[in-house]
Design a protein around this ligand. Structure first.
Ligand SMILES: [Ca+2]
Length: 116
């Protein structure tokens, strides 16, 4: 699968999980290992997975791109783990060049939620 870009205004993102429909396995990509544009890695909010998370989505164009490897072509379910303690945050997500967008709900200060 595709590179995947998450755009402006997302507060803090942790990990991207891609379970595929016909199998029980899951492929996980950590955003902190991705290509960062205008954002930074951090570790101050406990409960992240991997080696940290990505924060600082406060300007147009801020983004992280990660490549997710799946075992075969087909329909895959995508989930994003995030923390957004200061309110709802808009996001833009591009998979294989196809843009999506929406809102991530507010979380508690140390709470990590899963979208969708
Ligand atoms: Ca992480």
């Amino acid at each position: 699968m595709p590179g995947r870009t998450v755009g402006p205004a997302v507060a803090v993102l942790c990990a991207l999980a891609v379970p595929w429909m016909a199998a029980a396995a899951t492929s996980v990509a950590e955003f902190e290992s991705g290509q960062l544009t205008g954002v930074q890695t951090a570790t101050s909010v406990a409960g992240y997975r991997g080696s940290g998370y990505v924060t600082g989505f406060d300007q147009d164009g801020d983004a992280v791109e990660v490549r997710v490897v799946v075992p075969r072509e087909g329909v895959h379910e995508v989930r994003v783990r995030y923390n957004s303690p200061f309110g709802e945050k808009g996001y833009e997500l591009t998979v294989d060049g196809v843009p999506l967008g929406g809102m991530l709900g507010r979380t508690g200060p140390a709470e990590w939620a899963e979208w969708p």
